[in-house]
Design a protein around this ligand. Structure first.
Ligand code: FEO
Ligand code: CA
Ligand code: CA
Ligand code: CA
Length: 608
């Protein structure tokens, strides 16, 4: 009980107000320093970013666009590449690797004089070549110095993953005929990753990155190239003839040439940041959909449980349970835990009752008659399988993460304007949900020691986003222990997206969409227990047009890394005529997506 009341009392910062301007904001007594921006060099010789010199090979040695998920992976000062175990155990909070997703590109903000055909930087094909290097992921060594957190240029660990990085496909669907292409008849080897939104970390020192909005990279009319099931599959991910022309540049993105290439995207990817030579793997066991991320619950001697969301309207929350059990230290075996196991979709029923429904071929409706030849079909078409099983269609599931203190799991549901009044359900109670909400999954067992392997659970509505004083009850936010709305004027928010927990079990929510409510996106922190449960306080605000992603604490809790994505993204904003030029305010530089390190000026624990 003491622990619970402490958790709420521990959030002591002075709230910042709702605002909408061209700066970022932190509470009094805090600093937010730039760590890396789009175009910054990763090697020792690349030099300062000059957008007028940008080409594909330059982009490949520089920080990518639209930074999203961040994993901080500690580095032991007495170990080298390949010694992940030593690094991980060091819990070093002053020296580590930052592992950062680059979700997507925005050519009108990247190239001066941009039109679809050309820009001052070159032709359409040259744009796409740059963009394929600006997507994906960055691994960069960083150090806390008297001048703040600085990247170590030229570090052996520094690496970019992009659309041209070779990756293996593993798990049950690997090699299936639906994953085979002319370039790769084995169906086990694919070039690159795209749409990398959020992710997760494993206790064996690897990083998970999600493939979310991959459909936009593909062009072609699904109805002309595929059987009914494949056509439905391609339509479901937004592949259409009107998409941008990556397929004209790189034929594998044209589904009339490679109808199976999209089936090689939409997975979770696992890689080892401590081994710069390692080949990333796409994990088919975690299903194929618009992955927001997957986060793990690992308990010695128990299966690994991983939770994730499919970020689209009326899609599902998923859980994976490994076949093998987690044995701390046995990394050779642990590294295979995510390749074999069972995927489940969530069913949230009236009265706060929930069930996990297994996606297993041959069980219930998942049969040949319904177009599932085998388990590979069930995983490739996980959305269709989950719907047939009776999983609950949700309001765009984003991050799903477990609180390390109370051991409950929290689901960020960002919004769903498409939900009609006759489609509301207990867990998604608002038609035309503009503000989003947060659910709490309570697996059986006592606080801090719950059974995440159980196929049944309880759930609660943790909070409803939106203004607690909104006139329309359908838009009214609900916060606090009894959902009384008794919070500060700046404590409310909308559109929860990413979430992180500090070591005391406080929840930190990053938003994507508050500008439609009149103020910046940002971070809100709150307790999950005690008197101040679900009563948010406003901690960070983005420059206008930006969204905040990837909150990530160092193990000591003294640094909070955040990604500011697409700053100055607004109607009419371009490279040459941007809404603003954050963070550089340099007339030679456009607005740049940027990772910030937030710290307390007195070097204390963030938020306490
Ligand atoms: Fe890329 Fe689900 O936000
Ligand atoms: Ca985003
Ligand atoms: Ca997101
Ligand atoms: Ca989002």
């Amino acid at each position: 009980q003491d622990k619970k009341s402490n958790a709420s009392a521990n959030l002591k910062f002075n709230e910042i107000p709702h605002r909408l301007d061209f700066k970022h904001h932190v509470p009094e007594g805090y600093s937010a320093d730039r760590v890396l921006s789009w175009g910054d060099p990763l090697d020792a010789f690349a030099g300062k970013f000059k957008p007028e010199q940008l080409n594909a090979s330059e982009q490949a040695r520089r920080f990518g666009y639209n930074n999203d998920f961040i994993a901080y992976m500690p580095l032991a000062n007495d170990a080298g590449p390949g010694e992940g175990e030593k690094h991980r155990q060091s819990r070093n909070s002053e020296h580590g690797l930052l592992c950062i997703n680059h979700e997507y590109t925005q050519p009108h903000l990247m190239f001066s004089g941009y039109t679809e055909k050309s820009s001052n930087r070159g032709t359409r094909d040259e744009h796409i070549a740059v963009e394929q290097q600006a997507c994906g992921h960055t691994i960069v060594e960083i150090e806390k110095t008297p001048d703040g957190w600085l990247p170590v240029l030229g570090s052996l660990y520094n690496r970019r993953l992009s659309l041209t990085t070779a990756m293996n496909i593993v798990g049950v669907a690997a090699g299936d005929r639906r994953l085979q292409t002319n370039e790769d008849p084995t169906g086990t080897r694919v070039l690159g990753t795209v749409g990398n939104c959020a992710g997760g970390k494993t206790p064996w020192g690897t990083v998970l990155i999600a493939e979310e909005g991959f459909g936009g990279a593909f062009q072609g009319d699904p109805d002309n190239v595929a059987d009914e099931i494949e056509a439905r599959n391609h339509h479901a991910f937004g592949i259409s003839p009107g998409n941008r022309n990556w397929g004209d540049y790189d034929r594998r993105f044209d589904i009339t040439v490679e109808p199976n290439e999209p089936n090689r995207f939409g997975w979770m990817v696992e890689y080892d940041p401590y081994d710069p030579e390692s080949t990333p793997r796409k994990l088919t066991g975690l299903g194929r959909f618009e992955h927001e991320g997957f986060t793990l619950v690992s308990k010695p001697g128990k299966p690994i449980v991983a939770y994730g969301g499919d970020d689209d309207e009326h899609q599902f929350v998923y859980r994976f349970v490994s076949r093998g059990v987690y044995q701390p230290g046995d990394d050779v075996r642990n590294r295979e835990l995510l390749t074999e196991g069972t995927l489940y979709a969530g069913q949230f029923s009236e009265g706060g009752i929930g069930r996990w429904l297994p996606l297993l071929h041959g069980r219930g409706p998942l049969t040949q008659e319904n177009g599932f030849r085998n388990q590979a079909d069930v995983l490739v078409d996980a959305r269709r399988a989950a719907r047939l099983l009776g999983a609950t269609p949700m309001d765009r599931p984003e991050d799903v993460e477990t609180n390390p203190v109370n051991d409950c799991t929290y689901v960020m549901l960002t919004k769903n304007k498409k939900r009609k009044p006759d489609q509301v359900n207990a867990a998604n109670p608002r038609a035309r949900n503009t503000a989003g909400h947060v659910l709490e999954i309570v697996p059986p067992g006592r606080s801090g020691a719950r059974d995440h392997v159980s196929d049944t659970f309880h759930w609660n509505t943790f909070l409803l986003g939106g203004n607690p004083n909104a006139e329309d009850p359908a838009e009214r936010g609900a916060y606090g222990q009894q959902h009384t709305g008794n919070i500060s004027a700046d404590g409310w928010f909308a559109n929860p997206d990413n979430v992180a927990f500090d070591q005391r079990g406080n929840m930190w929510i990053a938003t994507d969409g508050c500008e439609s409510f009149g103020f910046h996106d940002g971070l809100w922190a709150m307790a999950t227990e005690g008197e101040l449960r679900a009563a948010p306080r406003h901690f960070f605000g983005c420059p206008q047009g930006g969204e905040i992603c990837g909150p990530e604490f160092t193990p000591d809790g003294k640094t909070l890394f955040v990604s500011v994505q697409h700053p100055a993204d607004a109607d009419g904003s371009t490279f040459d005529n941007p809404l603003h030029r954050w963070p550089d305010n340099d007339p030679d530089l456009p607005p740049r997506p940027t990772v910030l390190a937030i710290r307390r000026k007195d070097a204390g624990v963030v938020g306490s």
